[in-house]
Each structure stands twice: as structure tokens, then as C-alpha cells.
Design a protein. Structure first.
Length: 93
């Protein structure tokens, strides 16, 4: 799982999330955790770390979940589809 492409994607999503969340009053970090080392790809879980406490995205508000989605789009565009353009139809959501 530690291929160059995966590491670039992981670093990109962490940077994208940090860039977006810095504009808010929250101090939250983004990371991936695994729960089953025998089935790594199936159980790759995004988590948020706030005040040293790991939280599932299901435990936070919709605004924070939207930041995760946007960070995923940005990381995908920068690492896997270099030069891709992301268009958001309803940015107020």
C-alpha cells in the first residue's frame, strides 16, 4: 500500500483538507486508519483527529464532511488526473 502513487495521494488529501480547514475555527487533522490488516483495501477508513481524539466522519457535522469530499476531489485531481478541473454546481451546499 505504500506505493509512490498512494503516498502522493495520501499527502495530497491531507494537504487539501488542512488548507480548507485552516479557514475555519476548527483544529482538525485528516488521516486514514485500517481495522483489518488482512484486508487492507476494504477497511481503509478516513478519520478526523481533533484534540488527539480520533473521530469517524459520521460523528461530525455535514460541513466537515463536505470538506473531506472536497479534499478527496482535490487530491484526485492533483495526483491522479493532473490538470483536472473541479466544478461545483452548488457551492453554497
Amino acid at each position: 500500500m505504500r506505493t509512490d502513487l498512494y503516498q502522493a495521494f495520501e499527502a495530497s488529501i491531507v494537504r487539501a483538507f488542512a488548507d480548507q480547514v485552516r479557514l475555519t475555527s476548527h483544529r482538525v487533522q485528516f488521516d486514514f486508519r485500517t481495522f483489518d490488516p488482512l484486508n487492507f483495501y476494504k477497511t481503509l477508513q478516513p478519520i478526523l483527529i481533533e484534540h488527539a481524539e480520533a473521530k469517524s466522519p459520521a460523528e461530525v457535522g455535514s460541513g466537515m464532511r463536505n470538506l473531506i469530499v472536497m479534499a478527496l476531489f482535490r487530491a484526485y485531481a492533483s495526483v491522479l488526473r493532473r490538470g483536472a478541473i473541479i466544478a461545483v454546481e452548488e457551492p453554497e451546499i
